[in-house]
Ligand binder design. Structure first.
Ligand code: AMP
Length: 329
């Protein structure tokens, strides 16, 4: 159980009719599952809701948008066609930067704002917040909200929420996993979620390009601080030459942490824009959320991210030096 008091959410739902749900750019399974979960809750109360994000789900997560109800701003829906809603409901982020093009829409509309999230890093979004940084996933909070509100989920939504929680906990192995997380997963299975099917959809659909990229990137892994820090990088040329896409770099950073004695890791990915996207990881008691914030990024203590300007070599040195300071500090 989280520390969240859900009573104000009930009042907000009861006192408003139309909701626009959004989450962070490059939405992951927790973003998408949480959006579908809160939409199901709102519809159970007879409310109208539209889900719009700044960027589309990556192709490997398209199965979490089976009826196409999760729209991309400027693609499936133009800013001018967005409904004039009573409430903007944001899930799985509390950072303006993470909302991409939706940040501008939400700021300009000036409507009642609600945030349901489990990230430490937070801007003041001027929202009523339902937040617990101890929760393993936003999907876990959504399930708890549903229980409080007396709403149950169909198989499709239960599966999306299972995917949200399973992916954010590294399939229930990260330290954020609590007995309550596993009980929530069991309840979602009882509603029809199939771990076997979801694991296959999430992790056993790799392209050959992804494997080729992994081989190339992992072969150049470097270490510092006597192996306590390990890192890799992917140049845009690597992606082009292997026919891979930026999402194909996901999880490679975790390989760095499988080295014996490793305490922290990062991957730098050169995006088509020339910017460098860093994914930062560490083991307790280190804190990469604080490290990411040095570069205007954020996230969780053990997993965070930041985007730096290029060139790649300079960005790598800057981030590596901060890691070394953290490990020696
Ligand atoms: P990633 O680097 O994408 O693996 O992100 C790890 C975690 O940090 C995720 O929970 C992200 O939502 C969060 N995160 C990544 N980049 C940022 C950022 N620029 N600001 C705030 N949170 C971030």
């Amino acid at each position: 159980m989280s520390s969240v008091n859900w009573a104000p959410l009930r009042s907000i739902i009861e006192n408003n009719q139309t909701f626009l749900i959004s989450s962070h750019v490059r939405p992951d399974a927790d973003a998408l599952g949480s959006e579908l979960g809160i939409a199901a809750i709102l519809r159970a109360f007879g409310k109208e809701c539209t889900i719009v994000n700044g960027t589309a789900p990556p192709s490997n997560l398209e199965f979490l948008n089976p009826d196409g109800s999760i729209l991309k701003l400027g693609d499936q829906i133009a800013a001018a066609d967005l409904p004039d809603v009573d409430v903007h409901l944001i899930v799985d982020t509390s950072a303006w930067q993470q909302l991409g093009a939706m940040a501008d829409v939400i700021q300009k509309a000036g409507k009642l704002r609600v945030v349901i999230d489990h990230h430490i890093s937070s801007d003041n979004l001027g929202a009523t917040e339902f937040k617990d940084v101890e929760s393993a996933a936003t999907g876990e909070l959504i399930f708890e909200a549903a229980e409080f509100l007396g709403v149950s989920f169909d198989k499709v939504t239960a599966s999306a929420l299972y995917a949200a929680i399973a992916t954010d906990t590294g399939w229930f192995r990260f330290p954020s996993t609590s007995p309550s997380t596993v009980r929530t997963a069991a309840a979602l299975m009882e509603l029809g979620a199939s771990p076997h099917e979801l694991f296959n959809l999430l992790y056993e659909q790799k392209s050959l390009a992804r494997i080729h990229l992994a081989g190339r990137v992992l072969s150049r892994m470097e270490t510092a601080c006597d192996g306590r820090l390990a890192w890799v990088f992917a140049k845009s040329q690597d992606l082009k030459e292997t026919n891979a896409v930026p999402a194909d770099t996901e999880s490679l950073v975790n390989e760095c942490l499988t080295i014996s004695g490793s305490e922290a890791a990062f991957i730098a990915v050169q995006l088509p824009s020339g910017q460098i996207k860093f994914s930062l990881r560490c083991r307790s008691p280190h804190n990469v959320a604080a490290l990411a914030e040095i570069f205007n990024g954020g996230g969780h203590k053990l997993a965070s991210g930041a985007t730096l300007p290029g060139p790649l070599d300079e960005a790598l040195v800057k981030v590596r030096d901060e890691f070394v300071k953290m490990l020696n500090g």
